[in-house]
Design a protein around this ligand. Structure first.
Ligand SMILES: NC(=O)c1ccc[n+]([C@@H]2O[C@H](COP(=O)([O-])OP(=O)(O)OC[C@H]3O[C@@H](n4cnc5c(N)ncnc54)[C@H](OP(=O)(O)O)[C@@H]3O)[C@@H](O)[C@H]2O)c1
Length: 323
C-alpha cells in the first residue's frame, strides 16, 4: 500500500525526511482492527516528528498521521481515537499512562491506505460529517475538549480566552466553548483569523497582546512564549491557564510573582481519553459544529500540505485523502 513515511529527522529541512513509498498492508492482529483510511489531517505533531522534536529516533521509520477517519473491513464508518494507552496503567485516565502514545509515535499512522488500531479506538463517525471533516477532529478537537471541560472545568456562563485563534486546537476550542454557553474571547495576529474567531462564535476577537474588556476564568494556551505573559495578565484571581502546546517557544518569563499573588493555576493538558473523544463527537453532532478546512489534497501531494503548515498561512486544517 502507498504511505507517507518519516524516514529520518531533519530540523532544517523536515520535508526531505517525508517520503511517499509502498509498504506492506498491516497484518491482522488479535484485538486490533484494520481501517481503510479515507482521510487523515496534518498536525503540528507530524512536523515536530520530522524535525526531531519530542520523537524518539529509534521509532523511525514510521508512517505519519494521527488524525484518521475511514471504514473498517466490516463496513463501519469510523473515527479513530488517537491515543494508544492503557487506562488502568494511568489510574483510570489513559492519558496518564506513562506508556501512552499518540498514533504515529510508536504505531504507524494514517497517511496510508490502511491503518491498524486497537478495537476500542474505533468510534462511529458522526453521520453529519464527511470523512474529510471527521478527520479534522480526533487530535485538535479532543485536545480542546479536554482542555476546556476536564482540565479547565469550565461551565456555561464562565469566561474563557483562547490565544492564537487560527490554530487547529484554538479554533476547535472557540467552537466548543461557544456551544457550551461560555463567553469566548480570542486573540490572533491576523485580521483574517480574528474574523474567523468571530465566525466561529467568539464574543469578541483582539490582536495578540491586546487588553480584554474583562478578566477571564480560564485561558486556553497553545502558543506558548509569545502569549504567556498576556495569558497571565488576563486571568481573574484564582483563574487557570490550561496549556497543551507552545508553538512559539517553551521558555517564557514565568512571572512567578503574579502566579502566587493572584493564586493562578497552571494546568498541563495532553491528548484525550476515549470517553472525551466520544463526548466531543457527540457535542459536535448535537450542535451541528463543523471543523474549518483550509484545503484537501490527495496523498501524493502531501508535501504541499506540510509546506503550507510550515509557511503558517492556514485557515483551518490540511486534510489528506486516500483513494
Ligand atoms: N498536548 C496535546 O495533546 C496537543 C494536541 C494538539 C496540539 N498540540 C500542540 O499545540 C500547539 C498548537 O497546535 P495546532 O495544531 O493548533 O497548531 P497550529 O494550527 O499551527 O496553531 C498554532 C497557532 O498559534 C499561533 N501562533 C503561532 N506562532 C505565534 C507567535 N509567534 N505569536 C503569536 N501567535 C502565534 C497562531 O495563531 P494566529 O496566527 O491566529 O495568531 C497559530 O495559528 C502545537 O505546539 C502542538 O504541538 C498539543
Amino acid at each position: 500500500m502507498r504511505a507517507a513515511v518519516a524516514v529520518s529527522q531533519n530540523p532544517n529541512d523536515p520535508l526531505s525526511s517525508l517520503v511517499l513509498k509502498d509498504v506492506p498492508k498491516p497484518e491482522p492482529r488479535a484485538g486490533w482492527v484494520v481501517v481503510k483510511v479515507k482521510a487523515s489531517s496534518v498536525n503540528m505533531h507530524d512536523l515536530w516528528t520530522l524535525r526531531g522534536v519530542g520523537h524518539d529516533p529509534k521509532n523511525i521509520p514510521i508512517i505519519l498521521g494521527c488524525d484518521v477517519a475511514g471504514v473498517t473491513e466490516d463496513g463501519r464508518e469510523v473515527v479513530v481515537h488517537p491515543v494508544i494507552a492503557d487506562a488502568e496503567a494511568g489510574g483510570g485516565d489513559e492519558t496518564l499512562d506513562p506508556n501512552r502514545a499518540l498514533l504515529s509515535e510508536r504505531h504507524d499512522g494514517g497517511f496510508a491506505e490502511y491503518i491498524q488500531v486497537p478495537e476500542h479506538c474505533v468510534i462511529d463517525k458522526p453521520s453529519s460529517l464527511s470523512f474529510e471533516q471527521a478527520a479534522c477532529l480526533p487530535v485538535a478537537w479532543s485536545t480542546a475538549y479536554r482542555m476546556l471541560f476536564t482540565r479547565g472545568e469550565l461551565v456555561a456562563g464562565q469566561k474563557v480566552l483562547v490565544q492564537g485563534a487560527g490554530g487547529g486546537v484554538a479554533s476547535a476550542a472557540i467552537s466548543l466553548a461557544k456551544a457550551a454557553g461560555l463567553t469566548v474571547y480570542a486573540t490572533s495576529r491576523s485580521a483574517e483569523n480574528r474574523q474567523l474567531a468571530l465566525d466561529l462564535g467568539a464574543t469578541a476577537a483582539f490582536e495578540s497582546g491586546a487588553r480584554l474588556p474583562e478578566r477571564v476564568d480560564v485561558v486556553i494556551e497553545t502558543v506558548g512564549e509569545a502569549t504567556w505573559s498576556h495569558s497571565l495578565r488576563c486571568l481573574k484571581p484564582g483563574g487557570a491557564i490550561v496549556i497543551a502546546g507552545a508553538t512559539s517557544g517553551t521558555s517564557p518569563d514565568a512571572d512567578l510573582g503574579r502566579i502566587f499573588y493572584q493564586q493562578l493555576r497552571v494546568i498541563g493538558s495532553t491528548g484525550s481519553t476515549r470517553d472525551e473523544t466520544q463526548a466531543m463527537l457527540d457535542m459536535v453532532e448535537r450542535h451541528g459544529l463543523q471543523p474549518q478546512i483550509d484545503r484537501v489534497l490527495p496523498l501524493d501531494r502531501i508535501h504541499e500540505g506540510f509546506q503550507a503548515m510550515i509557511d503558517g498561512h492556514l485557515a483551518g486544517k490540511v486534510v489528506i485523502t486516500v483513494a
